[in-house]
Design a protein around this ligand. Structure first.
Ligand code: ZN
Length: 472
């Protein structure tokens, strides 16, 4: 009798241990939410250690899921970055770049794939680069181009997007199907004019807010960027500091928008079967490396991004230090839908392996940005150094930047995250691998538009690229 009881107890213990070690069963068709905080610099988010209280909500959200600490975009501005999230492809592959403002061909878009699998797909974008004009709306049953409701998309009321989301859930949501909800939030994009409610806790009070507003005029923002690059007058340090402070306040405003959207999602969908990802698409410069805004550069002020994932497979309160990229959202979100992703540059973030990755990023010849300068400034000699495209190869520690004139810089991102001092000595094997990836990005970018080609790649480089999956 005692022996039988002991055996039962052992069996029970084994069962408990097995259950404890087995990951929870994943739903095969989770609801999916992707929120992009446009132009939010990862190192200005308090959830990533910034000293100002810019993201109190994201700090709480990260406690409910996984914060990815080493994430990069594929480029330094909206269009290629979003196109990479939606396709899993690099800019050199999807073609939506500075010198070719559309997707090339008919790539398999995330929303279209999810719609084919029975998802109800709704998108709300505040950024015209993510729109029917660029083809990124394809696959969405509802696609709200919210910027149309204001002459200045980045100055819309902070609850604008969450109201649109709430209305969609209340009026159009089909409960028979799982859903994919995408939202692009533009508050942090220039011009910087935060609502005082969000400026107060970040800047410290009304006197500081008034001082910042006196120094920086949001109506002149585009003049501010043009003045920086091509004007006669240097931009005063206090103007730059005021712009940066108001930008920080706008990040707090985006944080509040994310909170309202997630609250709406949680009212209508069970968090246990909803995969929710919040990312940034690129950063913003305030004088670092001689840059403002987000053009002409691929330094990490622009290229590094934030990524926080909550839901099945993302354990609460965890930090993931693997090298990841926005391309990874494509297989990850398809996996959340129970779908197998086609082969792309992305990796499923649910996976637990520790693959050594070599990431590529690029910035094509800035035809579009140069076109935004008035003719008198467009020919300015001061713009001369910026008439080039860039390719990047990075492995998480080392990053190589190659431009279309052949100029090359290498940084140790661990020892020197601000990319202040280029390395003069690096293992030739590592250097060759990084350079091959960067060279392919910069050359292919040039081939797609008006960039300046680097010249033909040698057979070894081509072979390495093929092995690494960067060439057909
Ligand atoms: Zn953007």
């Amino acid at each position: 009798m005692i022996a039988r009881a002991a055996a039962s107890l052992t069996l029970l213990l084994v069962l408990v241990l097995v259950l404890a070690c087995t990951p929870p069963e994943r739903s095969q068709a989770d609801n999916i939410v992707l929120i992009v905080m446009d132009t939010v610099r990862v190192d200005h988010l308090s959830v990533y250690g910034y000293p100002e209280p810019t993201s109190p909500y994201l700090e709480r959200l990260a406690e409910q899921g996984t914060r990815f600490d080493r994430a990069w975009s594929t480029s330094s501005w909206t269009l290629p970055s979003h196109a990479s999230m939606f396709t899993g492809l690099l800019p050199s592959q999807h073609g939506a770049t500075q010198s070719h403002l559309q997707l090339r061909g008919d790539p398999d878009l995330l929303a279209a794939r999810l719609a084919d699998a029975g998802y109800q797909c709704a998108g709300f974008s505040n950024n015209p680069w993510v729109s029917s004009k660029t083809g990124l709306h394809r696959g969405f049953e509802v696609f709200g181009e919210l910027w149309r409701e204001s002459e200045r998309p980045s100055s819309l009321l902070a609850d604008h997007s969450s109201v649109a989301v709430e209305q969609w859930f209340a009026a159009q949501r089909d409960r028979e199907r799982p859903f994919f909800l995408f939202v692009n939030l533009m508050e942090a994009h220039g011009p910087y004019e935060p609502d005082w409610r969000y400026a107060w806790p970040v800047l410290g009070g009304p006197v500081a807010i008034a001082r910042a507003h006196r120094a920086y005029d949001p109506v002149q923002d585009h003049g501010f960027v043009r003045e920086w690059y091509a004007g006669d007058q240097p931009v005063e340090p206090e103007v730059l500091a005021a712009a940066r402070a108001l930008y920080d306040a706008e990040i707090r405003q985006v944080d509040a928008s994310v909170e309202r959207i997630v609250a709406a999602v949680d009212r209508y969908a069970d968090p246990a079967t909803t995969t929710l990802v919040v990312v940034t698409d690129h950063g913003e410069g305030f004088g670092e490396h001689g840059h403002v805004g987000h053009a002409f550069s691929v330094y990490d002020t622009l290229l590094r991004v934030a990524a926080i994932a909550r839901g099945p497979g993302f354990e609460a309160g965890t930090v993931d230090g693997r090298v990841v990229q926005l391309t990874d959202l494509y297989p990850t979100l398809l996996q959340a839908a129970g779908l197998t992703a086609p082969e792309t540059q992305g990796r499923d973030l649910h996976r637990q392996d520790d693959e050594q990755r070599l990431l590529a990023a690029s910035y094509a010849y800035p035809a579009q940005v140069l076109g935004t300068f008035p003719p008198a400034l467009r020919d300015s000699e001061r713009l001369e150094p910026h008439r080039r495209s860039f390719g990047v190869g990075l492995d998480g520690r080392y990053k190589l930047i190659l431009d279309s004139t052949g100029h090359q810089e290498v940084y140790d991102l661990i020892a020197d995250p601000g990319e202040a001092t280029p390395l003069t000595d690096l293992d030739p094997t590592i250097l060759a691998r990084l350079r091959a990836v960067a060279a392919a990005s910069v050359t292919q970018g040039a081939a797609a538009g008006q960039g300046e080609p680097l010249g033909d790649l040698d057979p070894e480089t081509l072979q390495a690229l093929r092995e690494l999956g960067y060439l057909e």
